[in-house]
Design a protein around this ligand. Structure first.
Ligand code: BGC
Length: 795
């Protein structure tokens, strides 16, 4: 592994799925897993191609019930490329040959996936193949493969087979295997002069996707004459090219592919479009040069330089790479959100959760237009969110826990416990806090960008509607003389009900209640910053008035927050009555207790009964808010809160958390950063290898974890640097673990690029552009303003 390359030099069946996820290529429009071109779905390999926002719904019969799921569709596989030599029956598959050497590498700087194979067949013929693949960051509809094919010790005729395979299904997640998986209908397949094509349609959402591919052979940059034939099978179109090769003479085989869909802009018919675009596209190396330049531009904005112990620099680059492959400049303006698991696999069905909370901070400071576009994905689903709120009897909007195409609730109602093989009800959809995350993201986006236009036309409306919903779900408790929020689920998904209760949900989740108080004050603050004419329009449009605002203010001050002894915030009301969990005993009995819920369920017990959390819940408060902000928040709610209680709270909950979500370690590292730097670093290291080492034992092959990928970069970006925007001031207050010796990055603050270089106790701040007005900065205790192209060194 180098700082820019993920390299494997062996073949490991059991790691293939993981490598396919980690080596997936994408461009924010579509992504394709890093499966071998010559492979097909067979239990080891799983080629998958996913379109951003390419969903389809299917009904399945399960335990006597009909359930419906919306899935991220596995679209036709454009990868197939293989060969066979004269008189051979079988097509090349690595597994069937003697492998003399193998190397695969993902090149992050250029966005290329390479496989280098040297193989020998049963007739002692040796062949070397260097495969280079890209999914263009320049033209999002384009992908290409080049094989450099060298007959090492033989000459003769070789036949190449290239195909587009639409007979694929959604079979990437074992747990979903009992569900229907046939999402595609074949509409048309065929060939023109030198192009094969396939048109499919998703059978419920009716999205058309056309793929067209051209395969050509070159020797020394000159086209090689080939004998060509095509073959039609059900849902699969192939072509075969035969030609002569001579020992030691490397030929290049280039497969260029265009994908076009009915969801594209500036398109009439996707198939016509695909064929037309393909016609215009030149050779692989020209396309590669454009692709590399596009990546170069992105790395200029997203590049970081970290000098530290271990391979963190590389891993953070890998994370940034996958974030940009999921969501990039090509996502802007498309009606898609950012999925928790990337467009890299089928886990969680490509759904959009609250994980944006962990992802947007990275985008806000580098590609704010992208955050804006992703926030608009929510805005365009206000109608659906309003319907969801109304269904529960509330005004305002309730965004779903899991969101897909239309914005309706896409959470599954049952989930399979792979340990017990039982389907159990899934009540995690009660996580209303996803709405708070959306509100928080809007405000953060505004703080960093100052984008008043967004606030005026979209942001404030969403904030008001969310606030209105939360006002609706609060109820007044006479006995407590406080407002409550009952029957919800907090970020910790283990607690979905009280012990022995048949009713789902818990009451007064501290995180939800505190952030709700924040929501009310910030919805009102946001309303105040927009001009009066827009205020009037919104008042009229939403039928909201000052009386309602005053009510929100009142609720904000009187929300109930449960406390246990000595300043320990209770995760929810009644938490103290739960039983302590035997962590030591279970760790001895089970090699991995991250998914304690499944272990206990399989034992006939329930995790609801214990003080045991899957992930950070109360700790999320210390993740989102500084101690000063928390003091203010609690003061507003008329509670005493002493920042000295924070370390005790952290200790209490860390020892009762199984870290069953990769997000949990990100939060742990963050909250420990100011009090225990050693611990912060070790949590950061655990978080940073989550996907690379697939520490959850099998989840990464089903899709990467974008929240923790972005979250780990953000730990360095904002947490260790103390970077924050508050009250129109850019705050920088670094506190790095000893293991980090220097760090630098570029950030965009309100339209201006700043270069920040941290080394020892010093920070060099370089203003890259002229600014209209000076930038206010507070570095530790020093306040200053900078403008013009300046450099300032502070310590
Ligand atoms: C976590 C959630 C998260 C989801 C998607 C779950 O395992 O508990 O917090 O939103 O994964 O990443």
């Amino acid at each position: 592994m180098s700082d820019w390359k993920l390299i494997y030099t062996d073949l490991k069946k059991e790691q293939e799925g993981l490598r396919e996820s980690l080596c997936a290529l994408g461009n924010g429009y579509f992504a394709t897993r890093g499966a071998a071109e010559e492979s097909e779905a067979d239990g080891v390999h799983y080629p998958g191609t996913y379109l951003a926002g390419g969903y389809n719904r299917l009904k399945s019969e399960l335990a006597g019930k009909t359930i419906e799921n919306e899935d991220l569709v596995n679209w036709p596989n454009w990868l197939p490329l293989s060969f066979r030599l004269e008189n051979d029956k079988n097509w090349f598959r690595l597994e069937t040959k003697q492998v003399l050497s193998y190397r695969q590498e993902l090149d992050l700087s250029e966005g290329l996936f390479r496989r280098e194979m040297h193989v020998r067949d049963e007739k002692n013929r040796e062949t070397r193949i260097l495969s280079t693949r890209m999914v263009s960051m320049d033209n999002p509809h384009l992908a290409a493969i080049r094989w450099e094919f060298e007959p090492v010790n033989w000459s003769g005729t070789v036949m190449i087979r290239s195909a587009i395979d639409g007979s694929v299904k959604n079979e990437g997640v074992k747990r979903y295997q009992a569900l229907n998986s046939q999402h595609l209908k074949i509409i048309e397949q065929g060939e023109t002069d030198d192009v094969i094509y396939l048109l499919v349609q998703s059978n419920q959402s009716r999205i058309y996707m056309a793929q067209a591919a051209r395969c050509q052979v070159f020797f020394k940059n000159k086209s090689v004459a080939t004998k060509r034939e095509s073959l039609q099978e059900e849902g699969k179109i192939s072509e075969r090219l035969s030609f002569h090769v001579s020992q030691g003479k490397t030929v290049k085989i280039e497969k260029i592919v265009v994908l076009s869909t009915s969801k594209d802009r500036a398109t009439s018919d996707p198939l016509d479009n695909a064929l037309e675009v393909l016609c215009d596209e030149p050779d692989f190396s020209t396309l590669q040069a454009r692709h590399s330049r596009a990546w170069k531009r992105l790395w200029k904005q997203f590049g970081i330089s970290l000098k530290s112990r271990g391979n963190s620099q590389f891993l953070l680059r890998l994370h940034i790479f996958h974030i940009l492959q999921t969501s990039s400049v090509h996502t802007i303006g498309r009606d898609v959100g950012i999925p928790a698991r990337g467009w890299h696999g089928e886990a969680y069905r490509g759904h959009i959760f609250w994980d944006e909370l962990f992802i947007f901070p990275l985008l806000n400071y580098r590609l704010p237009d992208l955050t804006r576009s992703l926030l608009l994905y929510r805005y365009y689903r206000l109608r659906a969110a309003k319907k969801l709120a109304a269904k529960e009897g509330f005004a305002g909007v309730m965004f779903p826990w899991q969101s897909g195409s239309s914005g309706r609730e896409e959470s599954q109602v049952m989930h399979l416990n792979p340990r017990s093989g039982k389907w159990v009800p899934d009540n995690t959809y009660l996580q209303r806090h996803v709405n708070l995350a959306i509100a928080y993201n809007i405000w953060q986006y505004y703080e960093v960008t100052g984008d008043m236009n967004f606030m005026k036309y979209y942001g404030v409306e969403m904030l008001l509607e969310i606030a209105r919903f939360f006002a609706g779900i609060t109820t007044w408790s006479e006995s407590k003389q406080r407002y409550e929020i009952r029957k919800v689920v907090g970020p910790d998904e283990f607690h979905t009900a009280y012990p022995e209760s048949n009713e789902p949900g818990i009451d007064n989740n501290a995180y939800t209640n505190v952030v709700t108080s924040w929501l009310f004050s910030h919805a009102l603050k946001a309303f105040d910053i927009i001009d009066t004419s827009r205020q009037e329009t919104l008042k009229q449009k939403l039928q909201v008035d000052d009386r309602e605002f005053r009510k929100w203010e009142e609720i904000s001050k009187k929300l109930f927050v449960p406390f246990m002894e000595e300043g320990i915030i209770a995760q929810f009301e009644g938490y103290e009555q739960l039983r302590e969990f035997d962590w030591e005993g279970y760790r001895k009995r089970y090699p991995d207790i991250k998914r304690l819920d499944r272990i206990l369920d399989a034992e006939g017990d329930s995790v609801n009964d214990y003080k045991a959390a899957k992930q950070a819940d109360v700790l999320m408060l210390f993740y989102l808010f500084s101690s000063e902000e928390l003091v203010d928040l609690f003061q507003n709610m008329e509670y005493e809160f002493n920042p000295e209680w924070i370390p005790e709270n952290i200790k209490y909950y860390v020892s009762r958390t199984s870290d069953g979500s990769t997000l949990s370690r990100v939060v742990r590292s963050w909250v420990e950063a100011r009090s225990d730097r050693e611990c912060a670093w070790s949590c950061f290291r655990e978080a940073v290898v989550s996907d690379f080492e697939d520490i959850q034992g099998g989840t990464t092959p089903e899709g990467i974890h974008l929240g923790s990928m972005a979250g780990t970069v953000d730990i360095i970006q904002r947490c260790f640097t103390g970077l924050e925007v508050r009250d129109n001031i850019l705050w920088i207050n670094p506190c790095f673990p000893n293991e980090i010796s220097s760090f630098s990055m570029q950030i965009n603050y309100r339209g201006t690029w700043l270069f920040l270089d941290f080394s020892g106790t010093q920070c060099r701040i370089e203003l890259k552009d002229e600014t209209d007005s000076p930038i206010k900065i507070k570095f530790r205790d020093q306040f200053f303003e900078i403008s013009g192209k300046t450099t300032k060194v502070v310590s």
